[in-house]
Design a protein around this ligand. Structure first.
Ligand SMILES: NC(=O)c1ccc[n+]([C@@H]2O[C@H](COP(=O)([O-])OP(=O)(O)OC[C@H]3O[C@@H](n4cnc5c(N)ncnc54)[C@H](O)[C@@H]3O)[C@@H](O)[C@H]2O)c1
Length: 446
């Protein structure tokens, strides 16, 4: 049976390399579609968890993993030899930035080299990691072809960006349309057939490079719009206008507008990073991507602005940052998830710590913060956000607006609140919202 037939018959042996936020949900969807899936990850802890039938990704139910493992449709391993038994491999490894903001391709390169060592004729390889346009053809294809097999002839190659949004209750791996670009029409057809089994809508594009650029357009669009609304927040603050009220009213326009909200800065594995993959590549063509750079500057400065608000708030109460006890409410990069990658809370905490504050944090999703995971360098443990901890703090900074926090209680129990997410509803002199100075009428009402 050829690969096309086995994909369609769902008898193909499917592999996923990298079982993180992207790879594990995909592996589970393939298993649900009836494929026998093998996950490959370097992390022994993750592979062991899957072996026990446990999920470590909040969006993936442990029952789904347990069921698939029990049914024999999902297994995991740390060794790449198993590639010899597989017909398809999706690569979902990390693509971070180096300190210099250049792409760190080391994860892709090492995963692809390990796959190349066991590549065999007829295989389909699909890269999913977000990366600069050209990666599949310029980096992945030559490494795989070192095996002596030719892409598009002896094996098939495609790129398909992942669009998963952790914590999103409405959109998941299955119901988010999947863009697919193959090296040749046959590569495209095979990748489309594979995804169609597990994902509701598949959108073909003409090449892997277009598919790579699609993802970077989407994430650059977000980074630039967030940068724009963050700048508007700084402007509104200066002009005495409530930016949140402005955005809420503007979003009633039924066409030509889409709301973006200001905040303490960008976080996560995608929005703060991916646009720099694009700007790095564009610069090689002598092109200066100005929107990306400008949005990057504005967004990266937001934690400093939050600290400025803390300083002003304490100053109004005749206190200094130095020596104050500051409690950070929420440190994951966005609401209701446990992901700390690039979280702006870490910068806010570090800046306050450097200014002499005694910093603590409360986050039910992040019980511990090891010193090596943030620039402050000290191991920390979450405190409970209760009346006692809030009353003991000179200032509570809402950085991540988890649903479990009681915002009325935060306002009642705290001496000073800096709200970077518009989470509080009570207007009071000791509650400072980012981009929304208190109106004289609010003060009069206090
Ligand atoms: N997390 C998101 O919301 C999201 C959304 C869309 C796209 N992406 C992109 O998807 C890719 C993966 O992101 P993620 O969030 O799943 O990362 P992750 O860190 O959660 O998972 C990556 C996994 O790959 C494993 N790994 C690293 N090197 C490996 C190797 N050589 N061989 C086998 N396994 C290896 C790691 O142990 C880890 O389990 C990135 O390019 C990211 O930009 C992420």
């Amino acid at each position: 049976m050829g690969i096309f037939e086995s994909i369609n018959a769902r008898t193909a042996r499917v592999g996923v390399v990298g079982l993180g936020y992207v790879g594990l949900p995909l592996a589970v969807e393939f298993a649900k579609a009836g494929y026998r899936v093998t996950g490959i990850d370097l992390s022994v802890a993750k592979v062991d968890a899957i072996g026990r039938g446990e999920s470590y990704i909040p969006d993936v139910a442990t029952s789904d993993v347990a069921e698939a493992v029990k049914a024999g449709t999902l297994r995991a391993t740390t060794t790449f030899e198993v590639i010899r038994e597989l017909e398809t491999v999706n690569i979902c490894v990390p693509t971070p930035l180096r300190k210099t903001k250049d792409p760190d391709m080391s994860y892709i390169v090492s995963a692809v080299e390990a796959i190349a060592a066991h590549l065999h004729p007829g295989m389909l390889i699909v890269l999913e990691s977000t990366t600069y346009p050209g990666t599949t053809i310029e980096v992945v294809q030559p490494i795989l072809e070192k095996s002596g097999l030719k892409a598009g002839v002896d094996f098939y190659l495609a790129f398909s960006p992942e669009r998963v949004d952790p914590g999103n209750e409405k959109f998941n791996t299955r119901n988010v349309p999947k863009v697919v670009g193959g090296l040749t029409p046959t590569c495209s057809k095979l990748a489309q057939a594979l995804y169609s089994a597990a994902i509701d809508t598949v959108i073909p594009v003409s090449s892997p490079t277009v598919a790579e650029m699609v993802k970077l357009l989407e994430n650059t669009f977000r980074a630039v719009n967030i940068g724009m609304v963050n700048e508007l927040a700084l402007m509104c603050d200066r002009m005495g206008i409530d930016v949140w009220e402005v955005v809420d009213a503007a979003k009633t326009k039924p066409f030509g507008f889409m709301p973006f909200y200001p905040g303490p800065g960008l976080g996560g594995h995608c929005i703060p990073i991916d646009p720099f993959y694009l700007s790095w590549k564009a610069k090689q063509f002598g092109f200066d991507p100005r929107f990306i750079e400008l949005a990057g500057h504005i967004n990266a400065a937001m934690p400093h602005y939050v600290v400025e608000k803390v300083r002003d708030g304490l100053n109004a109460q005749r206190k200094s940052v130095n020596g104050s006890r500051i409690l950070i409410a929420g440190i994951s990069y966005k609401r209701d998830i446990d992901d700390m990658r690039e979280s702006p809370a870490l910068d806010v905490m570090h800046l306050l710590q450097k200014a002499g504050a005694e910093v603590s944090y409360a986050d039910p999703y992040v019980p511990t913060l090891p010193g090596h995971e943030w620039p402050g360098g000290v191991d920390m443990q979450a405190v409970t956000l209760d009346r006692k901890t809030m009353a003991a703090a000179d200032c509570v900074v809402i950085v991540t607006d988890h649903k479990v926090f009681d915002y009325d209680e935060i306002v009642l129990a705290s001496k000073l609140v800096i709200d970077t997410r518009n989470a509080t509803k009570v207007r009071a002199a000791h509650v400072v919202r980012l981009g929304a100075p208190l109106a004289a009428s609010d003060l009069a009402a206090v």
